[in-house]
Design a protein around this ligand. Structure first.
Ligand SMILES: Nc1nc2c(c(=O)[nH]1)N[C@H]1C(S)=C(S)[C@@H](COP(=O)(O)OP(=O)(O)OC[C@H]3O[C@@H](n4cnc5c(=O)[nH]c(N)nc54)[C@H](O)[C@@H]3O)O[C@H]1N2
Ligand SMILES: Nc1nc2c(c(=O)[nH]1)N[C@H]1C(S)=C(S)[C@@H](COP(=O)(O)OP(=O)(O)OC[C@H]3O[C@@H](n4cnc5c(=O)[nH]c(N)nc54)[C@H](O)[C@@H]3O)O[C@H]1N2
Ligand code: SF4
Ligand SMILES: [Mo]
Length: 691
């Protein structure tokens, strides 16, 4: 590309963040970027982006970027590699796949991906490869599964009111999410409602997050008790005639049995479960029940418990009780996932879907690689993998087991990465990956209504290649035949857009996005809920949602499935996102690391006193899975018994060499799997940190 001076080019954020920002990137030269800004003319982004992406130049031009393919030379996990050429590296990967498949059958190969990029081409290209080759499938459970099943239980499909309508609401209830840290754009729309309409913001969380700090009403619950709060709110609203009986009759399956059940769940009962004073529960129910334009914005956090699906279902019943769905600025939103509205058959190879092939659970990578029979679903061991967009050694639960699995001598692991992550360091072959600025892709902005387009902005860093190029090259070596492998990423995007009736690549890229918002009637489910009878369900059909349905409450209720505190493990650990990281990404950039400080446990001063822990003291958190030593910060903004550790720090940030996820269980959340990241019982002891 010739140097044309500074250009401002449209792009789209690729990260796993509900905001899904439309971007404008300053291109300083064909290989360098300057500042990144939010697109002013996108109705949701409205010119706002988070600080970490605004300074993306730090990440894309980072000296630690992987620039050449590498082959392991030392022992597994030792971290010694030598550079090799792309052809040799790809040959090694293809040979390992061929050998594995010959020995144990194609299911011994497990292509693995996560949300490191949300690109519909880059993230899911491995699906095409696995479908054509008959390799093991992946159940993508790590992020959303508990929340998704809870939402589907009542509402029926992953969609809801356009979150831009928050600006037209009189009451926004942010439940179990921390948008100031995790999706800053949501705050812009909430702030508008507060300025222009005097709207109130309620935040339900288990500690005083930056979002709670901005709230008019802060409700601090014990982790894993949200269903109790929601059902007690319904109890008050039904008792005080704040329910919309006509709406309930027309749009839901509400009946006397549901009413009788809710009548038993009093605020006094919920107070004992949640730790929230009874008067606060009653006041919240009255505020919610008397505000027609109440917008319930649901985060993921309160669903990352073993009872998370049940909690999501219980909370999602609130707008059905009040009929808030009928009003502008009213109703609820969790996420939009409308991939079914896109023609992705060629892009993702879904035309070659193989229901007969086993689907291994992404979240149970440790159990799968350690050969646990139930995790392998009765099939062969996994002996070869390619991992894209995933840093499993840090982000997956039960990380000591994950590491043990990745270290297996008879397992071949290729990691395609931008950085030498803890996962890449355990690989046999490491391939350098481009960032979103160096490749073409399109993205589903799941916390709002746009499909965003991110054309390539700069040349690749060193020899880095996009995910699509790697799947293409492997397909060629493996003899995988599918039209998608013969097309460029841009052609695949163009083909998908045209097949979906959304124009083509050029037009969409010039605009930067396609708005997929639904008309008011549909978005508010006034034409019926996407359930077989068109009604919101207070009585979910859990058996249609997952195999562990027998554990689910038949009515909205507090399910006592959590890893409860005990004399041996008296604390409940919550591990939410850090503002300056994005999952494990940005832990490499100096500004993000500087802001985040070091791994820290927030503890109530009463708890800290009982253990003799001063501010800044070292403490070890532990349970039967592992032990992690970090610094204590005394913090009154949580209930005694709760401990909060923000951020997925690299394993090396802990003296034990394992991160916080060594403490988190990998047992699947009912009914359909997923991880209880915020549901861990631990002991806490004073420790010494060796500097
Ligand atoms: N304790 C705790 N653990 C958690 C969570 C929590 O709240 N607490 N949250 C969980 C959740 S919700 C999620 S979604 C997971 C996220 O887990 P991951 O998706 O694994 O985490 P990320 O850090 O977002 O991305 C992983 C890697 O993808 C790489 N990457 C980015 N773009 C590309 C690309 O184009 N190509 C290739 N090949 N690589 C790329 C990045 O460099 C990064 O190292 O973590 C989970 N883990
Ligand atoms: N800066 C930044 N942004 C991110 C991420 C990041 O790591 N950093 N991760 C991205 C990803 S992959 C995702 S999925 C989203 C997640 O975005 P969120 O939905 O905001 O994050 P969660 O981890 O789900 O936790 C949100 C809040 O839930 C609270 N919480 C935990 N347990 C409970 C509970 O039992 N009840 C209640 N009421 N609250 C509880 C936590 O304390 C936390 O404040 O954010 C995305 N955006
Ligand atoms: S990480 Fe989230 S808030 Fe930041 S630019 Fe990307 S989509 Fe926007
Ligand atoms: Mo996530």
């Amino acid at each position: 590309m010739p140097d044309e001076g500074i250009l401002r080019l449209r792009s789209a954020c690729p990260h796993d963040c509900p905001s899904g920002c439309a971007l404008v990137v300053e291109r300083l030269s064909p290989s360098r970027i300057g500042r990144i800004r939010g697109a002013e003319d996108n109705g949701y982004t409205a010119g706002v982006v988070c600080a970490k992406v605004a300074r993306y130049a730090e990440r894309v031009h980072h000296p630690d970027r992987l620039t050449r393919p590498l082959r392991r030379v030392g022992a597994k996990g030792e971290g010694r590699f030598e550079p090799i050429g792309w052809d040799d590296a790809l040959d090694l990967v293809a040979d390992a796949f061929i050998r594995s498949a010959r020995r144990h059958g194609p299911e011994a190969v497990w292509p693995y991906h996560s949300g490191g990029t949300m690109g519909l081409i880059g993230r899911y290209g491995l699906e095409r490869l696995r479908n054509v080759m008959g390799y093991s499938r992946q159940r993508s459970t790590i992020c959303m599964m508990p929340a998704e099943m809870g939402w589907r239980a009542g509402v029926g499909a992953l969609r809801g009111v356009d979150p831009r309508e928050m600006a037209e609401s009189d009451l926004v209830v942010m439940w179990g999410g921390n948008p100031v840290s995790t999706q800053v754009n949501a705050m812009a729309h909430i702030t508008r409602a507060r300025k222009e309409r005097g709207a109130k913001l309620v935040v339900v969380d288990c500690y005083r997050t930056p979002t709670v700090e901005q709230a008019d009403v802060a409700v601090i619950v014990r982790p894993g008790t949200d269903a109790a709060l929601a059902v007690a709110m319904m109890n008050v609203m039904l008792a005080e005639d704040l329910a919309d009986r006509d709406y309930l009759a027309r749009h839901t399956d509400f009946d006397d049995g549901v009413a009788a059940h809710i009548a038993t769940r009093t605020p006094a009962w919920a107070s004992a479960v949640t730790g929230v004073p009874e008067a606060e529960i009653v006041a919240l129910a009255r505020l919610y029940g008397t505000t027609p334009r109440s917008f319930l914005r649901l985060g993921f956090g309160f669903t990352r418990s073993r009872n998370g699906s049940a909690a999501m279902h219980a909370v999602s019943c609130l707008p059905a009780v009040t009929g808030a769905w009928q009003h502008r600025g009213g109703g609820a939103f969790f996420i939009n996932w409308w991939s079914e509205r896109l023609d992705l058959a060629v892009a993702q190879g879904s035309d070659r879907f193989r229901p007969d092939v086993r689907a291994l659970d992404q979240s149970r990578i440790g159990a799968v690689l350690c050969g646990e029979e139930e995790a392998l679903l009765g099939g062969p061991p996994v002996t070869a993998m390619i991992i894209q967009n995933a840093n499993s050694a840090s982000v997956a639960p039960d990380s000591r087991t994950v590491r043990r699995g990745l270290m297996r001598d008879d397992l071949f692991v290729c990691v395609h990465e931008q950085f030498p992550t803890p996962t890449a360091k355990l690989a046999d072959v490491v391939l350098p990956a481009t960032t979103f600025l160096e490749a073409d892709d399109m993205y589903l902005a799941y916390g709002q209504t746009h499909l965003t387009i991110g054309p390539q902005v700069i040349e690749p860093c060193g020899e880095a290649r996009p995910n699509h190029a790697v799947t293409q090259a492997l397909a060629q070596r493996l003899g995988a035949d599918h039209p998608g492998f013969a097309m460029t990423a841009r052609e695949l995007i163009d083909h998908s857009l045209r097949g979906s009736g959304l124009g083509g690549f050029e037009a969409a890229a010039a605009q930067g996005w396609v708005d997929m918002a639904l008309p008011f009637e549909r978005a508010h489910f006034l034409d019926g809920f996407p359930q077989p009878d068109g009604r919101f369900r207070f009585r979910p059909d859990w058996s249609a949602l997952g195999p562990a349905h027998a554990l689910m409450p038949s009515l909205p209720d507090q399910a006592m499935l959590i890893e409860a505190a005990s004399p041996e493990h008296p604390f409940r650990l919550v591990t939410p996102p850090a503002r300056s990281f994005l999952n494990s990404s940005f832990t490499e950039t100096p500004a993000s690391r500087g802001r985040a400080g070091r791994p820290t446990a927030l503890m109530h001063p009463d708890d800290a006193d009982a253990l003799g822990l001063a501010d800044g003291a070292a403490a070890t958190l532990g349970n039967r899975r592992g032990a992690a030593t970090l610094e204590v910060r005394r913090f009154a903004g949580l209930r005694p018994g709760t401990v909060v550790v923000e951020g997925i720090w690299p394993n090396a940030a802990f003296p034990e060499g394992f991160g916080i996820n060594q403490l988190v269980g990998a047992d699947p959340v009912p009914p359909a799997g997923g991880v209880a990241f915020h549901d861990t019982a631990v002991w806490v002891r004073a420790a010494a940190i060796e500097e």
